[in-house]
Design a protein around this ligand. Sequence first.
Ligand SMILES: NC(=O)c1ccc[n+]([C@@H]2O[C@H](COP(=O)([O-])OP(=O)(O)OC[C@H]3O[C@@H](n4cnc5c(N)ncnc54)[C@H](O)[C@@H]3O)[C@@H](O)[C@H]2O)c1
Length: 356
Amino acid sequence: MSTSNEYENETVLITGGAGCIGSNLSRKIAELGAERVIILDNLSSAYTWNIPSNDNIEFIKGDILDDASLKRVFKEKPDYVFHLAAHFANQNSVDNPEKDLMVNGIGILKVLEYANLVGVKRFVYSSSGCGVYGLDSKMPFEEHDISIKLHTPYQVTKLLGELYTNYFHNLYDLPIVNARFFNVFGPGEVPGRYRNVIPNFFYWAMTGNPLPITGDGSETRDWTYVEDIVDGLLQMGIKEEAIGEAINLGSAKDHRVIDMANTVNELTGNAEGIKFAPRRNWDAKTKLLSSINKAETILDYKPQMTFKKGLERTYQWFTENWENIEKNAEFDSKQPKKIKLRQKISSNKSINCLRV
Ligand SMILES: NC(=O)c1ccc[n+]([C@@H]2O[C@H](COP(=O)([O-])OP(=O)(O)OC[C@H]3O[C@@H](n4cnc5c(N)ncnc54)[C@H](O)[C@@H]3O)[C@@H](O)[C@H]2O)c1
């Protein structure tokens, strides 16, 4: 996919820009020559060491629920808004449903109100494939086939976000796009109890623990490398045909959890294997797979990264940032035993990971 340089000399606001996807997107837009990339992030699940240091990136620590912070960033009259800030994700929302509604519901409403007030060229919202498709949606998921039979507050509020963006588009002509991400992974995501499975598996593996699969490992996911997501987002910001649309950004390939776990153990040289735990009660969708036909047509979207290579890149980022990752990774009472990262890990070492 060709990356257009319409961002040159523009001002871009990225809420949640210190997070996993946001930090990668901020860096890319800064490199494309934006005048300014303004990151608004309250650092609730992000860290300053993970914010790109480009000269044209300005980090403002602030909350999307706080009017003073919103006035501060919208005073700069951003041309583009990428709204990525969110209370993340499913388990966190089950544990903290009201907080989830505040940030993902009232939060997006406020950001939309300000964006509408100042007038922006594009408002791109980070929705979720896991959020808006349900057991009654047909796989591979196509954009029209959403569900209202959802299983977590996070899924409810990610869908709510789309309803709000659509409302602003329908009533005020705000040029919005709803980006439906599928299982994003890659450099930039620090592990933790509410984080995604891939960074968490690297963490368990690098601290010498068995990888905990909740289920039997035959579950599949449509893991999508963060750089492919960034490419899709950039196109959503500029393609006219994307306005008012919801568009999947996935890899359109499914992989089994157990195969991913084995690859992580191989890459890290972790000999502790895998352990199985019961599936989480909200984790009803055992398989996820996107259709990316619409993204291909409207955005010229074509994911570039193979899953294996993406995992290798993720592991490389883990090794390069291990000191910070180890310091910041937070888990609950079942804290893994921490062992020192092996000084030398042979990335090609092949071991039998299945010890259960
Ligand atoms: N990672 C995925 O697999 C995935 C899948 C589907 C959708 N999404 C969506 O994409 C977006 C980015 O995801 P991510 O993986 O980078 O998550 P992330 O948690 O790394 O990023 C979210 C960022 O928002 C910030 N934030 C949270 N509450 C805030 C608030 N009240 N005010 C200001 N900042 C706040 C956090 O500190 C964090 O930096 C989210 O909206 C998420 O729901 C992610």
